[in-house]
Design a protein around this ligand. Structure first.
Ligand SMILES: [Zn+2]
Length: 187
């Protein structure tokens, strides 16, 4: 009888321990899939080109960013927090930190994606013809890491008449510094 009780206690203890172990395992797995992956190429000051294989990109980008940036995917329209944002600052490439657009060239296009009429500098963006889906479009990519950003169309407002239609998921926004704002106001 006593042996039976001891056995029962042992069995219960094993079950509890196994339960804990399994739980810890789940936690670990969960953390692995959602943790912040280290992106060592991201820099807002280093302008040297970034060339990585898609296998390498996959390791450092979130699945959402990877799909748009490296597989030329398109985020669902009207889903970007930047679409209607009017904050003053600079939009960077979320993949590599390259400065892409200034907020004062942003306009409401109503197309469902953040839209700009001019990039921050000539070299900040590179262009390529895109004839996919039976359309003739011009793809725009980051000038530093060649990630897909979106497309440019010729139905934008003055002064350029261009509309850079950009996936918000590959944009990173930084508010303008107070000093920069004052400088602009003084101009
Ligand atoms: Zn980039």
């Amino acid at each position: 009888m006593k042996t039976n009780i001891v056995l029962l206690v042992l069995l219960l203890a094993t079950a509890v321990l196994q339960g804990c172990y399994a739980q810890n395992n789940n936690k670990q797995r969960h953390m692995d899939s959602t943790n912040n992956k280290k992106n060592e190429v991201y820099s807002r000051t280093d302008s040297s080109k970034v060339v990585l294989s898609n296998d390498e990109w996959k390791k450092i980008l979130s699945p959402e960013v990877y799909t748009v940036a490296r597989e030329k995917g398109t985020e669902r329209p009207y889903t970007s927090k930047y679409e209607n944002s009017k904050e003053i600052g600079t939009y960077y490439c979320a993949v590599c930190g390259n400065a892409l657009f200034k907020s004062d060239t942003k306009f409401e296009s109503g197309c469902g994606w953040p839209s700009f009429y001019e990039p921050i500098s000539k070299g900040s963006i590179i262009y390529a013809p895109d004839n996919s889906y039976g359309m003739e479009r011009t793809e725009v990519m980051c000038g530093r890491c060649k990630s897909h950003l979106g497309h440019v169309f010729e139905d934008g407002p003055p002064p350029t008449g261009l509309r850079y239609c950009i996936n918000g998921v590959v944009l990173d926004f930084a508010k303008a510094q107070e000093a920069e704002k004052k400088y602009k106001e003084g101009q």
